[in-house]
Write a protein that binds this ligand. Structure first.
Ligand SMILES: [Ca+2]
Ligand SMILES: [Ca+2]
Length: 258
């Protein structure tokens, strides 16, 4: 009798266990189904993110800036220039400067104005005509002491580098070289200084900590770090040979602002 009771209890518990397993199985499957669709979703969102990152990377891919250099007019750096805070020459060609793909000289052919619009030699338009040669006929000579020129890029650009040639027929140092960008031609709105080697604020544009440098055919490259602006202004205040100011070419390397 007791044996029969145990047997029937055993059967009941087997039955309960079976029902339990049957009830659980679909819900387990469902939950697995859900989690796998969740995983697919996650995977596809990961893929989309990866693709977006790749596109982003491609759009900011950096390549060496293509700067066409003029013929050098002298070899080596003369040691007889006595100027304080003079940058030591590198002694080898300037290393490539990396900028986003599509960066080009957006100053080429653009309008130039300045504090001396009737230069002693040459025309002010020559500053953006693409000619960087050091010989006579390629440079503009502006009046003595503090002078500036302003380039209107005609639209806002993300500027990565400014390369300028004052004069490279002979080794010279130009004083109070200050390079600024702004949103307006009068340099009132959003003025940012990219370079300043005026150590005593004689130009009135603030004290600069950049070094004096000797002009060469390589020009002076200023890292503009992607600054966004329409107007570029360059100041100078004579040079180590005379009080006059010269410009051969100014290249502004950038991309249209988006
Ligand atoms: Ca030129
Ligand atoms: Ca000064």
């Amino acid at each position: 009798m007791l044996k029969n009771v145990f047997r029937s209890m055993f059967h009941v518990s087997i039955f309960v266990l079976l029902v339990f397993v049957l009830l659980l199985t679909p819900s387990c499957k469902k939950s697995t189904g859900e989690s796998s669709s969740e995983q697919t979703k996650q995977q596809s969102s990961n893929n989309t993110r990866k693709e977006a990152e790749q596109t982003n990377e491609a759009s900011v891919q950096l390549i060496p800036l293509d700067i066409k250099l003029p013929k050098p007019m002298f070899v080596g750096t003369p040691q007889n220039i006595r100027v304080p805070n003079l940058e030591k020459p590198l002694g080898r060609p300037r290393p490539p400067f990396l900028a986003p793909v599509g960066t080009e000289n957006v100053a080429l052919g653009k309008r130039v104005t300045g504090s001396d619009e009737e230069p002693i030699i040459g025309e002010i338009e020559m500053i953006t005509d693409g000619d960087k040669e050091g010989a006579d006929g390629s440079y503009v000579e502006l009046g003595p002491f503090l002078q500036h020129v302003t380039i209107d890029l005609e639209a806002k650009y993300d500027i990565y580098a400014i390369v300028l040639w004052h004069f490279h027929k002979q080794a010279r140092v130009y004083f109070d070289v200050v390079i600024q960008v702004a949103d307006d031609p009068d340099f009132v709105t959003n003025v940012r200084t990219l370079f300043n080697n005026d150590h005593d604020n004689s130009s009135g544009l603030g004290i600069g900590s950049d070094m004096h440098y000797v002009e060469t055919a390589e020009g002076k490259l200023i890292d503009a770090k992607g600054v966004r602006a329409r107007y570029v202004r360059l100041c100078s205040n004579g040079n180590s040979s005379n009080d006059l100011n010269h410009y051969i070419e100014v290249g502004v390397f950038g991309k249209p602002a988006k």
